[in-house]
Write a new protein. Structure first.
Length: 238
């Protein structure tokens, strides 16, 4: 079960509420009575959950249950049919600037430009949050096993290497909340284990992760939970 208070790590945006003599960390992200309809079909409704610093939330469910749609709602890329998403206790619609500064979205498609090099892609992608130095970008690429590929056009890379270019953003002083759609796609066994460790470490340092994956996680942080959209609204602690 999640403890009443999980300390936020450096740089994590959170709110501490005083309850008696104890400080309680309020939800960083919250879904209230959320519903999503696509193509005249209700994917889920009356969905409630909260995400606190230090937690990882895995969105589960069969294909077509709305996993990617939910991630896109949380990332501010779609509007809910009903209900509300709150960031730091306020409606997401009023927090667009805070969302951009505090959330990193990596979709199922790598989202990189084939004519640009890995270095150029990272410089372009990171410009939304901060300007990174060339040394920092090269260190991030080395961290995901792309040393020596910094300057080659991305269209010459394999699918797994292109995925790693996108995931290198997780090593560049990223925002506290990561929203990831199938991040393990096209990765080899070593890269999968490395990414699992990095995601868990991020949560254990006070960050947050919301993800979908068909991969069975073997490294989970203490704050791991699962939300099954087949039983919309059911959130299970590990």
């Amino acid at each position: 079960m999640r403890p009443d208070s999980i300390p936020a790590g450096p740089g994590v945006f959170s709110i501490a509420l005083q309850t008696g003599s104890h400080a309680v960390t309020s939800p960083f992200l919250e879904a209230v009575a959320l519903a999503c309809e696509r193509d005249l079909r209700m994917l889920f409704e009356r969905l409630d959950f909260a995400l606190h610093p230090g937690e990882m939330l895995q969105i589960a469910g069969p294909n077509g249950s709305g996993k990617t749609s939910l991630l896109r709602l949380l990332a501010g890329l779609m509007q809910p049919t009903e209900g509300e998403i709150r960031l730091a206790g306020k409606p997401l619609a009023e927090q667009r600037g805070e969302l951009t500064r505090n959330l990193l979205w990596i979709g199922h498609v790598a989202g990189i430009k084939g004519l640009l090099s890995p270095e150029e892609n990272l410089a372009w992608l990171c410009a939304l949050h901060t300007m990174e130095t060339r040394d920092a970008i090269w260190q991030a690429l080395a961290a995901v096993g792309l040393r020596g590929f910094e300057d080659v056009p991305c269209h010459t890379l394999s699918a797994g290497q292109q995925r790693r270019v996108a995931l290198a953003r997780l090593y560049l002083d990223p925002p506290p909340l990561w929203v990831l759609d199938e991040p393990f796609t096209a990765l080899d066994k070593y890269a999968v284990a490395q990414l699992e460790e990095h995601l868990a470490d991020h949560c254990e340092q006070g960050g947050m992760v919301v993800l979908t994956t068909h991969h069975t996680l073997t490294r989970k942080p203490a704050g791991y939970r699962e939300l099954d959209l087949a039983r919309a609204g059911s959130v299970a602690d590990e």
